[in-house]
Design a protein around this ligand. Sequence first.
Ligand code: SF4
Length: 384
Amino acid sequence: MSSEATKTSVYVHFPWCARKCPYCDFATEPIRKQLLPHEAYADALKRELGLRAADLRGRKLVSVFFGGGTPSLWAPGALGRVLTAIRHAFEEVADDLEVTVECNPSSLDRRGAAALREAGVDRLSIGVQSLRDHHLRFLGRLHDRAQAIGALRDAIAEMPRVSADLMFGMPEQTPEELGEDIHRVVDTGVRHVSAYALTIEEKTMFGSLHRAGKLQVASEERYAELFEHAEARFCELGWGHYEVSNYAAPGEESRHNLHYWRGGAYVGLGAGAVGCLDEGPGRARRWRNDPNPQRYLCGGTLETEVETLGPEEIIRESLMLGLRTVEGMDLEATRQRAASDPEEGRERAIQGALETGRLVRSGRWLRVPQPHWLKLDGIVRDLF
Ligand code: SF4
């Protein structure tokens, strides 16, 4: 096998949840567990994999991420069938292949975690969000603190690697509460945490309540305080803040996400999934599958959005994703991928940001220093 095979990740979207959370705008539908089409969905994914066979030629599989939605509602045997088919669809599979499944505490127990391990999964990412029952009720979650801690313990007992998601910015949440949640989660043995700010998305129940003036959100100052408090707690633990929303004990970074932030190729499978594959220097193809699970199951039109990315789009993607990370954006790798110089036409903007310390350059790397991460969106926008 050629050592030149293009490293490629696979994202599998599972488009159902037990209940729709009021803040969530992901492509998911609520469904009763007994109505889940476990095997039919696996069959549909295998069909899509077959249709994409030509795209996978000459590629090396480096990570698989089952996201959603709530993939922990899916029968582990059906998920395992899909994972096996994905492995077989690639000419080459990395020795250290990372396979992650997103789970909710309300649909994960020790048996489920063991069955996923048996199916070839080596990492679970658990949607804890908070360890305060009043915050969990506010977020419309189906679990409470005890269930969240139980799910983390079950996962750690069966899986080599476990990550937890936490949210911040709930009304009245204090930095101390967030700090205690972080310590309690880390105490269970978790070695990776994604900490996301609660944002109000327009097409959600929270969006409607906010427009009607019935939902207060944290002020910008409070978000900043929570963000900085979380960073300080993880720093005390010796963890790295390796991406704006992600923290890891040394060596525990998510390889799947790093691949994505570095502009790596990825195949999206399933209803509503997004994929993006390079088609030679300066050209990439991005698609979104039909988000309707019923139509996806029936095998109708697969892709509902297709976009061709040229050099400038590839450079902008690279700026948006790479500058989110502590390592920054690899100017040389971007130049090769985009077949164009990412600095050309941006000389003044880059120079201005370097002079004010919002950007730092070391060799081929351009990065935003951590103290400026709260202003990241504006810094990236100035470089467009
Ligand atoms: S469980 Fe996750 S994906 Fe499902 S609705 Fe809630 S936040 Fe969205």
